[in-house]
Write a protein that binds this ligand. Structure first.
Ligand code: GDG
Length: 723
């Protein structure tokens, strides 16, 4: 039976060594709880680094054996690997770049090599247990290369990836010398999950610009495999925090802590030590608040928990010193014997203590400079059983997209932070309850279990979608089935795309008029009384009319803008405007000037930029730039910008080949329907064909068509064999 493998840098346990024996403590993280429902079941497994360096082989064996009993499998890392892959490339290169702290980014090829090596090590471990149909869910930025590595050894597996930190804008991501390899690694997945729509949008933009692959609603075609990017914001284990807030241990602690701090009103701040969390900025804002609002002195304290993290990385050491200094300065200036402005703890606490802090605080001050999601603010909300309390939240945290009932601030705006504190501390209780209720309702519903289920469902969905797009190669059996159906039919409707389907491509599109063989085929096909043949093309109507005059057939030209029934005059189905053409023509001419070999084809209601004759590489590079330029100016104009085979086309968005083909399907009720095409514009045709139709795609494997052939010559021979 297929199993599920979870992979993350760290295993969800803390290991303690005591007198040569090991003790495993499950970690309390939300991810561990949420995924517990998966990895603890049956043959499922979680693979990751156990969190400590173990050199001794016997010890490794012992740990491996003990972990296996809990469905876990360790990847052992050497101290050098930890230093170079984890502290180095992951935390000194990717982390700052993805959080827009590029002044801290290390560009060191040696670290990159270590990152590749350790990702390979993870891949090996997975290869030793993976079976072809397994589901693999990989977590976070330490393992960006892993999806593609696994794809190579298990091409059929379902591979999901979730990024817990932001995906940066292209402008930041492009700075990394290894950006293409990193993207390629990620694109080995079937599903890529991000916390927010912005992260997903940034990722898709990098894929477009660096790999040259566009997307349709987050779906990307990677070498004929459909890959989906989606925004799936992570939730918390809501009940766990709500229950902890009601537990006797929490309540007992609250009483104790309250006795110690006295009647002081509390503002809470909890983070891992990290420059992305904006801790110094927060302290400075609190300092300014005390200066500007002396009436709050001796009445309000900041309870600040900083959890030690990555303390071997230089930047984190400096940050720690800065925080120590600031706390000292504030307390030194404002403290009284009976009042401490900042209660500062550089350590971590057990859950009941954390829960007591959440209960006691009137205000949670969550002000990261950047945060993928931020779970602390969600936990604060879940812990507020009486719904009293105010959340001040940074716009730069992913969670701000869901928690619009918080007081949202820009962490760079210190005055705004000071006013937010004032507002929060003077908010009437009734209003607090109102906001809290809305946020609680949403967090309860979109909890961690919901998130896990949703991710798995989306992964299933994209795998099913991929299967439905798998197109069968036309072989002798299929061919004879088509022939049989053709011969039996009383009325036949045949849609044929032109370029790439009936003829090959030529660098001069004028040179592909029907040759002798094609003329023979079309003559035979169209002289059959039972046949209605429709040529359905993106080409301009004049050329098509010229070339196809000798045959008794119908024509759909310019992707469905112009329609012609036999010898009748051209007609058009929609009221279209072409007033936009002049503006776009100017832009396109600019690109033609800069790109030798390219030219613009003018059609009645569309413009096409051709680059088949342009130097390889340059054409592709210009296409990236041109497409994004055109999309920008097409934005509010009801126009579509589409990339095709060495072309970029701008056309009205109301027309496509599918809409036009429907017209013929309505008019000609037939018992044999066939459609042949080669590019994305033909997908619209395939999609509207009734299920019993014979749809044939020339070229790539991923298509809405049922069958495929490798080139136009095969289409010709199929048509020949029918007649
Ligand atoms: C990354 C992304 C994203 C904190 N102090 C103690 C303690 N904690 C727990 C909190 C919370 C967790 O640590 C921190 O989670 P965050 O989400 O706030 O931040 P990161 O660690 O940076 O996590 C982040 C997250 O991944 C999930 O995708 O939201 O954006 O950076 O759960 O409660 N727990 C205990 N004692 C403490 O003293 N027991």
């Amino acid at each position: 039976m297929a199993k599920t493998i979870i992979v993350s840098n760290r295993l969800p346990v803390k290991i303690k060594e005591e007198n040569g024996d090991y003790e495993f403590k499950p970690s309390e993280g939300g991810l561990a709880t949420g995924l517990g429902s998966i990895y603890k079941q049956g043959g499922n497994i979680w693979i990751g680094w156990p969190g400590m360096a173990v050199a001794n082989t016997d010890k490794r064996q012992l740990i491996t054996k003990q972990l296996a009993e809990e469905n876990m499998r360790p990847v052992f890392l050497t101290p050098t690997e930890i230093e170079e892959y984890y502290e180095g490339f992951s935390n000194e290169t990717l982390w700052p770049n993805f959080h827009y702290f590029n002044q801290y980014t290390e560009y060191d090829d040696h670290l990159w090599k270590a990152y590749q090596k350790v990702n390979r090590k993870f891949a090996k471990e997975i290869e030793s247990v993976v079976e072809p149909e397994d589901t693999i869910w990989i977590h976070d930025y330490q393992l960006l290369l892993l999806p593609q590595m696994i794809r190579e050894s298990a091409p059929k597996a379902s591979i999901g990836f979730f990024l817990h930190i932001p995906f940066p804008s292209y402008e930041s991501f492009r700075l990394l010398p290894w950006r293409r390899e990193l993207l390629k690694g990620m694109l080995g997945s079937d599903l890529l999950g991000f916390h927010t729509y912005d992260d997903m949008r940034h990722f898709l933009s990098s894929v477009n610009r660096l790999a040259g692959i566009g997307n349709s609603n987050g779906k990307i075609n990677v070498n004929n495999r459909l890959v989906m990017a989606d925004a799936l914001p992570m939730g918390i284990d809501y009940d766990k925090y709500a229950e902890a807030a009601a537990s006797p241990e929490t309540l007992a602690r609250e009483v104790r802590y309250r006795t110690s701090v006295g009647s002081s009103r509390l503002i809470l701040s909890i983070d891992r030590l990290d420059y992305s969390k904006g801790i110094p900025q927060r302290l400075k804002a609190f300092e300014l608040f005390l200066r500007k609002h002396p009436e709050y002195r001796e009445k309000v304290s900041l309870l600040m928990v900083v959890v030690p993290s990555r303390d071997k990385v230089g930047k984190y050491k400096e940050l720690k010193e800065e925080i120590d200094l600031l706390v000292g300065r504030i307390n030194g200036q404002y403290a009284r014997l009976n009042w401490t402005p900042v209660h500062y703890f550089y350590r971590s606490f057990p859950l009941p203590a954390l829960s007591a802090f959440y209960r006691m605080a009137e205000v949670a001050l969550v002000t990261p400079m950047r945060d993928g999601m931020n779970l602390v603010c969600k936990e604060f909300i879940a812990s507020k059983l009486d719904k009293k309390g105010v959340l001040i939240l940074s716009e730069m945290a992913g969670s701000s997209k869901e928690l619009s009932d918080a007081i949202l601030i820009n962490p760079n705006d210190i005055d705004q932070l000071v006013s937010a504190l004032k507002k929060a501390l003077s908010m009437p209780e009734k209003q607090q309850v109102l906001h809290m209720a809305v946020m609680q309702k949403s967090l309860k519903r979109y909890n961690i279990h919901h998130w896990v289920n949703l991710f798995m469902k989306r992964l299933d969905y994209i795998k099913t979608e991929q299967k439905s797009l798998e197109t069968k190669l036309v072989d002798q059996d299929i061919l004879s089935e088509i022939k049989k159906a053709y011969n039996k039919a009383k009325k036949r409707l045949i849609f044929l795309d032109y370029d790439g389907t009936l003829v090959g491509f030529n660098s001069n599109p004028e040179l592909t008029k029907p040759d002798r063989q094609l003329t023979n085929i079309l003559t035979k096909l169209t002289s059959e009384k039972k046949n209605k043949v429709v040529v359905i093309s993106g080409r301009g109507r004049k050329t098509l009319e010229n070339w196809l005059k000798p045959f008794d057939l119908d024509i759909i030209a310019e992707h469905g803008i112009w329609l012609k029934d036999g010898k009748k005059d051209w007609r058009t189905i929609t009221q279209l405007t072409d007033t936009w053409k002049e503006e776009f023509m100017n832009v396109l001419e600019g690109y033609v000037d800069r790109t030798p070999g390219s030219f613009v084809e003018k059609k009645d209601y569309s413009l096409v930029w051709h680059y088949r004759k342009v130097e390889t590489g340059l054409g592709e590079a210009r296409t990236r730039e041109l497409t994004s330029h055109l999309k920008y100016i097409a934005n509010d104009k009801n126009l579509k910008v589409l990339e095709g085979n060495k072309v970029v086309e701008i056309k009205n968005s109301e027309v496509d080949k599918g809409k036009a083909a429907k017209d013929w399907l309505r008019k000609y009720k037939s018992d044999f329907i066939m459609a042949c095409g080669d590019d994305w514009t033909d997908e619209d045709t395939f999609k509207v064909m009734p299920p019993e139709s014979y749809t044939i795609k020339v070229g790539s494997t991923s298509s809405a068509a049922k069958y495929r052939v490798t080139d136009f010559e095969e289409i010709r021979s199929i048509l020949e064999s029918l007649t």
